[in-house]
Design a protein around this ligand. Structure first.
Ligand SMILES: [Zn+2]
Ligand SMILES: [Zn+2]
Ligand SMILES: [Zn+2]
Length: 472
């Protein structure tokens, strides 16, 4: 919105809101969703029920509330859709990843003694692209320095001596768009989940062999994973994975117990590296390529140990990376669209266009064969990747749902004075979807500024509390 000129209808909406519900009562009504860009509106009845007897203690209808609805935050993980909700998601992701390494939130503190690795698996090359890499001392290397660089069939010399800046638009762009194998890349993206599944099977087999060699029952050890998918600038997916070695008791199931001391982080690192090199498979045939595509990992397999407390890669670094990547989809490739269909695909796909347009065109074109290949059309807006952006073993730590419930419970306690009663009552809501978003630009602006004021106040309160604690 242009801040210099206020649209007359905006002013009218401000006045209308003040005259009808009043800003103060409206803002306190929407407080729970105020920071959200795109809240969900729900209408219906809210019942407070005695848990033991089933007696309805209080009933309220949203019809009596401002706008006749309650507002619920959209809860998206994607920062490009709603910055506030993505922040909440990122915060939750950070804590649930971290507690799997240091304990807390239902995870025993003995987990700090378990070997833990941070593994990055990338896609292979589909043609030379502009890159930005750093030397050990942190200097930017020339992009692609080649004294005797070859010239491609399209007359492009396959070298680049530029030291690209961090946000240089060239990064991830092919040196020659014609030579680049866009088909192979989108097929790799759609097959990456299966490649990971097979790699995991091979890692688990490696662990079984190692356990047996140590005289340990393979059923008494288990690797648990958190995996986040991230798009590289070239539009290929890559995976960041946290791997933790746990012990396993046949009677306790998902309870996290320490692993046998004989197996260390070095052993797991070797098993993971070997599985990353050896795992590969060929896709089914396609009329474009009767022999199918060979699916394997790229040469850059990075396996690092997590050092608790301090070091080059601590639990905070690892949890921070994963939480950051978990709130993005294709944003870094500069492509953003929802699911595509016959009527919208031509806005984005072009076999003669730029890199991203060619990737989307490749998805659409290869998907024409139907069968399993139809998934390439379904996921064309994700450049072929149809998997989850964050997956986590159940026993890694707590869940997003549990963190959300804890927050809802906390908000409820803030509003209910009689907590004794709160323990024995449940809220039973009969709500239907009324719509999405704020009604007017005035509502949206007022809600968002109220939310940022509330954030500032919480920050000030935290700082004051901190000062109090440190001066004592
Ligand atoms: Zn939101
Ligand atoms: Zn370059
Ligand atoms: Zn070329």
């Amino acid at each position: 919105m242009d801040t210099d000129t206020i649209h007359p209808s905006f002013a009218a909406d401000v006045v209308h809101r003040a005259k009808t519900t009043g800003w103060d009562s409206w803002l306190s009504h929407v407080a729970g969703a105020a920071g959200c860009s795109n809240p969900v509106r729900l209408a219906g009845d809210l019942h407070t029920v005695n848990e033991a007897t089933g007696q309805i203690l209080a009933a309220r209808s949203t019809a009596t509330m401002p706008d006749g609805v309650i507002y619920k935050a959209c809860g998206t993980r994607r920062a490009s859709l709603c910055p506030t909700c993505a922040k909440t998601y990122q915060h939750d992701a950070f804590h649930l990843v971290r507690s799997g390494m240091i304990g807390g939130k239902g995870v025993p503190e003995t987990v700090t003694s378990h070997p833990a690795l941070f593994v990055t698996l990338t896609a292979p090359a589909f043609g030379p692209v502009h890159t930005r890499t750093l030397t050990a001392s942190g200097k930017v290397r020339p992009c692609r320095a080649r004294r005797d660089a070859e010239t491609c069939p399209h007359g492009i010399r396959l070298a680049c001596h530029t030291r690209h800046g961090e946000d240089a638009p060239e990064i991830g762009q092919p040196l020659c768009l014609e030579c680049y194998d866009h088909d192979a890349q989108v097929v790799w993206n759609i097959a990456s989940g299966e490649l990971w599944r097979r790699t995991r099977i091979n890692i688990d087999r490696g662990l079984s062999r190692l356990a047996k060699a140590h005289g340990i029952d393979p059923a008494s050890v288990r690797l648990r994973y958190v995996k986040v998918a991230e798009f590289q600038r070239r539009g290929a997916i890559h995976f960041h994975t946290l791997i933790r070695l746990d012990g396993r008791s046949p009677i306790a199931g998902d309870v996290v117990i320490p692993p046998p001391a004989a197996i260390g982080a070095d052993d797991i690192a070797t098993i993971v590296s070997e599985a990353a090199v050896s795992t590969h498979f060929r896709t089914d045939e396609h009329e474009e390529r009767p022999e199918g595509w060979l699916i394997r990992w790229g040469a850059q397999v990075d396996v690092r140990q997590i050092e608790l407390g301090e070091g080059e890669l601590t639990e905070n670094h690892a949890a921070g990376y994963l939480a950051k990547y978990a709130t993005k989809a294709t944003e870094d490739t500069n492509h953003l669209s929802g699911r595509l269909d016959e009527t919208t695909v031509h806005f984005y796909a072009d076999p003669q266009g730029d890199h991203i347009a060619r990737l989307i065109a490749a998805c659409w074109d290869l998907g024409r064969q139907g069968g399993q290949w139809i998934r390439l059309r379904r996921w064309a807006h994700m450049l072929g990747f149809g998997g989850h952006f964050m997956t986590k073993a159940r026993a890694w730590s707590t869940t997003f749902g549990a963190l959300r419930d804890a927050r809802a419970q906390w908000i409820r306690c803030q509003h209910e004075v009689d907590t004794e009663e709160a323990d024995t009552t449940v809220l039973v809501n009969y709500l239907r979807y009324d719509g999405t978003g704020w009604h007017t630009a005035a509502d949206a602006l007022m809600a968002s500024s109220a939310a940022s004021r509330a954030r500032e106040q919480r920050q000030l309160a935290r700082e004051a509390l901190h000062e109090l604690n440190t001066t004592d």
